[in-house]
Design a binder for this molecule. Structure first.
Ligand code: HEC
Ligand code: HEC
Length: 265
């Protein structure tokens, strides 16, 4: 019994560290970026040399664009943004969507990349996710079911190491809960785990497929590739449908927040 209590409290301590609320994490513990915000803003709005303005593809508010498949980058965590820009610059991550980000990152100096990441991390926007009706109407990417995606994000895929087939039709454990690394409602757990809640739908789907087929492989310890290999197409569409519109965290309240879409109260 004492053993059980020890395990539970150790887990609670770990959760406290890994999945604090977004506001707590980014404001208290977490480096916000020490670059030059003004230079970052100029690069975002006007570009630099051969590098076009970031806002021309990522939107004036930095919330991304589903038609282009670009991500929301405003309000993402500083260390994660900087890591992605460094990975693009070093060809550790390849942009196989528009084939532009590697050149964009290389066209900036290391200090520029730090500056633009600092600017973006500090830019808070009120973006509640993709317009899924518009994505559906565009007809390029199938739209999943948010309530099924929520179950996957919160609890993992309903496939166990108990002889039942997993969602890909083979035996073995299902995918772990996304929440265990990415926090409640995909709010993120910096410095390693990015915010994936209120990210663009098309971008989420693309990245999950890229992790699954290995065309994106810049994840520490192969964590995302291992997760994505357990996801079916439906799992990916469902998880993205939930995540894009996931409720914000309640500041100071580490419990799973209410989500009005599911009549949670
Ligand atoms: C011509 C269009 C275009 C321009 C201009 C552009 N981007 Fe991108 N960006 C993309 C696309 C497309 C992706 C997604 C790549 C992929 O699918 O892997 C992306 C991805 C990113 C990511 C990865 C985000 C994540 O969540 O992992 C960052 C960071 C980023 N861009 C920053 C910038 C910055 C900073 C600039 C300006 C210096 C910029 N981008 C200019 C198209 C663009
Ligand atoms: C074991 C920990 C772990 C679990 C569980 C996990 N992830 Fe991740 N995920 C990561 C890490 C680490 C990264 C950042 C990789 C990098 O640095 O480029 C990431 C990145 C991502 C990205 C790319 C974000 C971006 O802006 O580029 C998406 C999308 C994503 N995860 C979705 C999911 C989904 C959906 C699930 C559940 C099915 C999940 N993850 C479960 C560790 C995890």
């Amino acid at each position: 019994m004492r053993h059980v209590i020890a395990i539970v409290s150790a887990a609670a301590v770990m959760l406290g560290v890994l999945a604090p609320t977004g506001a707590f994490a980014s404001d208290a513990f977490y480096p916000k970026g020490d670059g030059n915000k003004a230079n970052g803003e100029t690069i975002f709005k006007e570009g630099k040399g051969e590098v076009p303005a970031c806002q021309s593809c990522h939107g004036e508010d930095g919330s991304g664009n589903d038609d282009m498949g670009t991500p929301r980058i405003a309000g993402q965590f500083f260390t994660f943004l900087l890591k992605q820009l460094e990975d693009f610059a070093a060809d550790k991550r390849m942009d196989t969507t528009m084939f532009v980000m590697n050149a964009n990152a290389k066209g900036l100096s290391q200090q520029d990349r730090r500056d633009v990441a600092t600017y973006l991390a500090a830019r808070k926007i009120d973006f509640k996710g993709s317009d899924l009706k518009a994505v559906e109407a565009a007809g390029q990417v199938p739209v999943g079911l948010d309530y099924k995606g929520r179950a996957l994000v919160e609890y993992g895929s309903p496939t166990r190491n108990d002889g039942f087939p997993n969602s890909l039709g083979s035996k073995g454990p299902g995918a772990p809960a996304c929440k265990s690394c990415h926090g409640y409602a995909g709010g993120g757990a910096p410095p390693l785990y990015p915010m994936i809640g209120n990210q663009r739908y098309v971008y989420l789907v693309n990245q999950l497929k890229k992790w699954r087929d290995g065309s994106r492989a810049n994840d520490p310890m192969g964590q995302m590739q291992a997760v994505a290999r357990k996801l079916s197409d439906d799992d990916i569409h469902n998880a993205a449908a939930y995540l894009t519109g996931a409720s914000d965290l309640t500041s100071g309240n580490p419990r799973t927040p209410y989500d009005n879409r599911f009549g949670d109260h």
